[in-house]
Ligand binder design. Sequence first.
Ligand SMILES: [Zn+2]
Length: 248
Amino acid sequence: MIFPHNLARVILFLLLVLIFSGCQILKNLDILRSNQKGVYHTVQKGQTLYFIAHAYDIEINRLKRINGIYNPSKLQIGTRLWIPGAWQVLNVDTSIDKQALTKKRKKNKKLNKKETPNKNIKAIKGFLIWPVKGQLTSRFGSRSGRHHDGIDIGARKGTRVVAAAGGKIMFSGWGPAGYGLMLIIKHKSNLTTVYAHNSYIHVHKNQIVKQGQRIASVGNTGRSTGPHLHFEVRNDSNPMNPLNYLPK
Ligand SMILES: [Zn+2]
């Protein structure tokens, strides 16, 4: 009866080795996870890096760097992007991208026939007027480690929000995560302005608006800590400092 006894010992030893190594592997995985909180976002049809970055509130350049993306326009459907700091996978609204993309394509077609596109509109002081009367509560640029793509103007709920310049309403409604009720106006060249967190929107998509025309009412919708207007100026899709376009 010596043989079965030894066999039992060998099996027990092997089991212990397996359990031990298994624990080590789990432990390592756990360490990786706890050091790097985040989620994998799988790119869906129509989602651009720009809107994914927006939805997760992460700087686009950081997202590019982390995921080794050199050409965001060639982002493939099904690509898994590591989103550091995110708690859960978010739905990224694609409706805006599609509109913007088709418009851009149409525009590019037109431009190719005629002339070379005028890519950059210079920051001209006074090209825009202030979209709301209120207190500048947050500036453009780094804000507690994150990039703030616009400025915040604090004002009472219901205060009139006006078009900073004449143009066409490119988007009206609930924006990407955090933006709440928002508007995008397309102006001359490739300049757009974004108005977020509104309580009410007074215009509709494709409407032509004049500078100074009322377009919305200040609110607190989306990710907002009090009634204010989050205002962005974008050249193509690059966020610019609105203060460079606004009068003092
Ligand atoms: Zn803001």
